[in-house]
Design a protein around this ligand. Structure first.
Ligand code: DAH
Length: 341
């Protein structure tokens, strides 16, 4: 038979090992009962001490007391350890406040959408209402009603995408003018932002798909001075108050007189640079006074109503604003490029 002191020692080692392994407080409590409880292993061994000789008793007693206190301490420690992890798990406090934060990737508007939204916003503040029209248009709305002669080169299959049913992908946002005037009585003041399609060979300044914003103002006694004032405010709001606006005579079938308007170059302030091809001016787009033939097509009385219209390319403005040299970069969806704006 093993000496009693060895039995105490064995029980102590077993208990400490088991407590060390315990992963929940219920197990710890069970171990406490098994070893230290009234019917546990340690009290049982204490009872055996009754049979020891008076010389052996203090020697074994020391081993016995040590076993008991060590097991008690180990129970305390295990409970402490497990209650720590329990709190941490429930409160998710298992964090290191010195760690760098998690960076959220924030999306951005595409530079074309940014210009579009800003342009809409500026015109809205001047009393324009946003109108919408379909990308798939009839030849009537895209050309005929806009006073475009049947032999006009822009109607050519080389320039316009036609569908088998005779419809086409609109080449400009101007047909929205027609749709609005067909359905509303004057006076009106609208802008129509949207996609346009042309059968162009893509290069640094041409894309088969691009965006325009169209404007139309119809009222009594509207004049070119109103158009110039509106465009000047627009230029100042969008690009800065130092920008000036100039008109040049031009031709469009749906306006008379027609003109193109330029903004002074925002890169060189009008002195002349590579961006403005040393002219000091940037071509923005076309405009003019609505041709009486267009009013007739929609049933407005040209003797009573006058109006101006304009249409400008959004990509062009985005390119000027950010000094982007190639329109194709706007459509490659390269995040390293797009994230810069
Ligand atoms: N639609 C023309 C284009 O695509 C631009 C334009 C010129 C629009 C004159 C107009 C306008 O409303 O009056 O080039």
């Amino acid at each position: 038979m093993k000496p009693l002191s060895e039995k105490f020692d064995l029980a102590r080692r077993e208990a400490l090992a088991a407590l060390d392994q315990a992963t929940d407080s219920a197990t710890v409590e069970q171990l406490r009962i098994d070893y230290l409880g009234r019917r546990g292993a340690i009290p049982a061994l204490f009872r055996e001490m009754g049979g020891l000789s008076p010389e052996q008793r203090p020697v074994v007693g020391q081993v016995a007391n040590q076993a008991k206190t060590e097991i008690q301490a180990a129970v305390e420690e295990a409970l402490q350890r497990l209650s720590d992890t329990a709190t941490t798990a429930t409160l998710d406090l298992n964090l290191d406040p010195t760690m760098p934060g998690r960076r959220r990737r924030v999306g951005k508007k595409h530079p074309v959408v940014q210009v579009m939204d800003e342009a809409i916003d500026i015109f809205r503040r001047m009393g324009f209402i946003v109108a919408d029209g379909p990308d798939l248009e009839t030849e009537y709305h895209n050309f005929d009603a806009l006073n475009t002669p049947t032999d006009h080169p822009s109607r050519d299959r080389q320039d316009t995408f036609y569908l088998a049913d005779g419809r086409l992908l609109r080449t400009q946002t101007s047909p929205v003018q027609i749709r609005v005037m067909e359905s509303q009585e004057p006076p009106l003041r609208i802008v129509c932002p949207g996609r346009c399609f042309r059968r162009d060979t893509p290069d640094a300044t041409h894309s088969m798909n691009f965006h325009q914003i169209e404007g139309l103002y119809v009222d009594r006694q509207v004049s070119l001075a109103d158009l110039k004032a509106t465009m000047t405010v627009f230029a100042h709001e969008l690009l800065g108050s130092e920008v000036s606006v100039r008109f040049r005579p031009h031709f469009f079938p749906f306006t008379e007189p027609s003109l193109e308007y330029d903004f002074s170059c925002i890169m060189c302030g009008g002195k002349g640079c590579r961006v403005c091809k040393y002219s000091g001016w940037l071509e923005i787009s076309g405009a003019g006074m609505v041709d009486p033939a267009v009013f007739q097509a929609v049933g407005y009385d040209p003797e009573k109503w006058t109006g101006y219209a304009f249409g400008m390319g959004i990509e062009r403005i985005a390119m000027i604003r950010h000094a982007i040299g190639d329109i194709r970069m706007l459509y490659e969806n390269d995040l390293r490029f797009l994230a810069q704006f």
